[in-house]
Design a protein around this ligand. Structure first.
Ligand code: F6R
Length: 264
């Protein structure tokens, strides 16, 4: 069990700072495994919200090894992924469905119909209804027990991008289609062969994220020092979606490495 080098209390959240990203990933995986075991023991099911991206890769590797060692069953687990490109085929290796298959779903005993990722193939005029339906599925499953989040360099959570909406409206943003901001598209431009070719996306809303019983935010590396500091120390504003997590005091744990903590 990896122990944090230090723990800070900031903006209603517990911030655990680990010596490096490997230790942080181990701690995050242990925390997720613990949440799965306790929810399954309590109510027969654990509903876990998942993120993709570079940050959680080592976390998923650790969950897979816990499973292989016989220490973690996914039999009672339901997952909801935060986001997906749209349009995109699930067979496209850049899709988040393919990512989840590669890093977790293919390697554990989760029921195929309990692992939910937005359908990147729905027609454009059906995307809003599909996203809304995703939100209703989450609600019908009793909401999210543990939500895993990364944070964008622009402080987006899921694909809830910075916006100039007033805070009360931003806190209520639901599951919906979204156009990614230029700075986000720039990050994915190489993968998609140009900024203009990065698809739109579907995202779980700020409302569903904030309703989770527990929220785990992962941030590793120096490129995350600025969004981490703005989320925890800067103004509460929808221009910094990470700061909206302050609306869930006592339910948010940040698991970060030293490099991501340098501006705190
Ligand atoms: C991915 C997601 C995004 C990422 C964020 C950080 O499902 O919801 O918010 O968590 O863009 O991505 P990485 O980890 O690649 O730096």
């Amino acid at each position: 069990m990896a122990e944090p080098a230090r723990v800070l209390e900031l903006a209603g959240a517990s911030v655990q700072v680990f010596e490096n990203a490997d230790h942080a990933a181990l701690a995050a995986a242990d925390r997720i495994a613990g949440a799965i075991r306790s929810a399954v023991a309590r109510k027969g099911q654990a509903v876990i919200g998942l993120a993709t991206g570079a940050t959680p890769e080592a976390v998923y590797a650790r969950l897979v090894s816990l499973h292989r060692a016989g220490g973690l069953s996914f039999a009672g687990v339901t997952t909801y992924n935060l986001d997906e490109y749209h349009p995109i085929s699930p067979h496209d290796p850049r899709s988040y469905r393919a990512y989840m298959h590669r890093h977790l779903l293919a390697h554990v005993n989760i029921a195929a119909d309990r692992a939910h990722v937005f359908d990147g193939t729905v027609p454009r005029d059906a995307a809003a209804e599909h996203a809304a339906q995703f939100g209703r599925w989450i609600a019908a499953d009793g909401g999210i027990d543990l939500q895993v989040l990364g944070i964008g360099r622009n402080a987006h959570i899921g694909f809830n991008e910075p916006t100039d909406l007033p805070v009360p409206e931003a806190l209520n943003l639901p599951c919906r289609p979204i156009t990614l901001r230029p700075e986000t598209r720039a990050l994915y431009a190489v993968e998609f062969g140009g900024e203009d070719r990065v698809p739109r996306a579907l995202t779980v809303g700020v409302a569903e994220i904030l309703a989770a019983r527990e929220i785990l935010v992962l941030a590793f590396g120096e490129t995350k020092a600025d969004p981490v500091a703005r989320s925890l120390l800067g103004p509460l504003t929808a221009e910094c979606p990470g700061s909206l997590l302050r609306a869930a005091p006592g339910r948010v744990t940040w698991i970060i490495d030293e490099a991501a903590s340098t501006s705190l």
